[in-house]
Write a protein that binds this ligand. Structure first.
Ligand code: AMP
Ligand code: MG
Length: 430
């Protein structure tokens, strides 16, 4: 069964489930519903190491070598046999040569001998321990070790394979590659990396009132901001954004845009036109073109959300209000796009407990994602709500650095109450 058929079947099944209530969908339930519909969609490709940054691994990586490849010194000093060290007294050892990083010594250390050695240089045969140079002095080719300069065999020595053993699984399929992983792959000599193709995500804004910059807004018109916020969020998730512009509130124009988006992308995102009034007409259109479920999520900001399939593409209809669009993207679409990209596992964004510096308003019955600034003060994590919390106040997203997550059943909270915060940092990347 292909992925889109799997999703269609799941959508049908879910829409008939007894606990399915499109007019009041809890945040967690909606997330779980969407999760069931998602399977990775992207084929595998091989890319040069640098291009693998931010991509998702399509195969396990097994180390072809040991890292480090040889025993080496962890310090500048002298390599020696621990058995030669005189406990509690000075030890005198004949220096027989030197080993630099990249220039190994080609002999063996015998009893009573030592080798001048530098950090990263290969351990010579015969030696098992390194003494740091700060605990030594040299007199006419003899190294003099201070009493107790080394106290155990193997000190200051790094072992071959102590970072990675040959044949070890270093990274697993589904892992996203960040800077450290690029460095690790390079340390294994891997130049070519199997990753999933970038997920193609087409998006457009709907609304007769919208114009793009470059056009002066007439009376009643506004600049389209959602497409740019969306572009930013998509880019940071490592997908390939396909910007299809602004589409008027006209059935023919919307149908054409949706069809073209679905034909060219793995996922389609729209903003606007899903709230009451407009929803009916978009709903009819989407029901004709695919299988899409409309939900009223019990959350603020962000109430309306549409999710389903348009042809072979996953469809997400987000609300038009700019803060709602971003909140719904971060709470639902982000995870969905990571799963579709093949990332596994997708861990929930980290949440911390923080103390409110000011009271917050809240009515029970829906989960709220208020915007706040969290920081550490006197060793304690505190959070201050930004003053304007309207779903149209985009500057609130920019002033804030976290969502203050107030659970469905909770009411208003006084200053001093402890709440959950979700730093934006944990949401912007995969
Ligand atoms: P809608 O969901 O289409 O009813 O839109 C709700 C509100 O969001 C209205 O005030 C719209 O003008 C505004 N809005 C919709 N789309 C955008 C957009 N792309 N950029 C900025 N504001 C928008
Ligand atoms: Mg609209």
């Amino acid at each position: 069964m292909n992925t889109s058929q799997h999703t269609l079947d799941t959508l049908t099944h879910l829409s008939h489930a007894t606990d399915y209530d499109p007019d009041s969908m809890a945040v967690d339930k909606a997330r779980a519903f969407i999760r069931q519909c998602l399977e990775p969609v992207c084929p595998v490709e091989h890319v040069p190491l640098r291009e693998a940054l931010g991509r998702v691994l399509a195969e396990n990586i097994v180390s072809p070598i040991a890292v480090p490849g040889h025993d080496n010194a962890a310090m500048d000093g002298y390599a020696l046999r621990f058995a030669d060290v005189v406990p509690g007294q000075e030890t005198r050892l004949q220096r027989i040569g030197v080993s630099f990083a990249g220039h190994p010594f080609d002999g063996e250390i015998g009893s009573g001998q030592c080798l001048r050695i530098f950090t990263g240089a290969m351990m010579p045969r015969g030696a098992d321990t390194v003494v740091m140079q700060e605990r030594t002095r040299e007199e006419n080719g003899v190294a003099v070790l201070a009493p107790n300069a080394v106290t155990a065999t193997g000190q200051n020595r790094r072992f071959a394979g102590e970072d990675i053993a040959p044949g070890a699984t270093v990274f697993s399929r589904g892992q996203r590659l960040h800077a450290a992983e690029l460095g690790m792959l390079a340390s294994l000599g891997i130049a070519d990396v199997p990753v999933y193709r970038r997920l193609r995500v087409a998006f457009f804004s709907t609304g007769d009132e919208l114009v793009s910059f470059g056009t002066t807004p007439a009376a009643g018109q506004i600049y389209d901001s959602n497409r740019y916020a969306l572009y930013g969020m998509l880019q940071q998730l490592g997908v390939e954004p396909i910007d299809l512009g602004i589409v008027a509130d006209q059935p023919e124009a919307l149908e054409a845009a949706l069809m073209s988006a679905a034909a060219n992308a793995d996922a389609v995102i729209t903003t606007g036109g899903v709230s009451v009034g407009e929803a009916d007409f978009i709903k009819a259109l989407l029901e004709r073109l695919g299988k899409v479920l409309f939900w009223k999520i019990a959350m603020k900001p962000g109430r309306p959300l549409a999710y389903g399939m348009l042809g072979r593409a996953h469809f997400f209809g987000l609300p038009g209000n700019p803060v709602s669009a971003m909140a719904v993207f971060y709470q639902f679409v982000r995870e969905a796009l990571l799963l579709l990209q093949g990332q596994a596992p997708v861990t929930p964004p980290p949440t911390f407990r923080a103390v409110l510096t000011a009271p917050v308003k809240k009515t029970p019955g829906r989960t709220e994602f208020q915007r706040g600034v969290c920081e550490t003060k006197d060793g304690q994590c505190v959070v201050t709500p930004v003053p304007a919390q309207g779903s149209n106040i985009l500057s609130s997203m920019s002033r804030a650095n976290c969502f203050i997550v107030l659970p469905m059943d909770s009411g208003a909270q006084p200053a001093g109450a402890t709440v959950d915060v979700q730093p934006f940092h944990g949401l912007i990347t995969g």
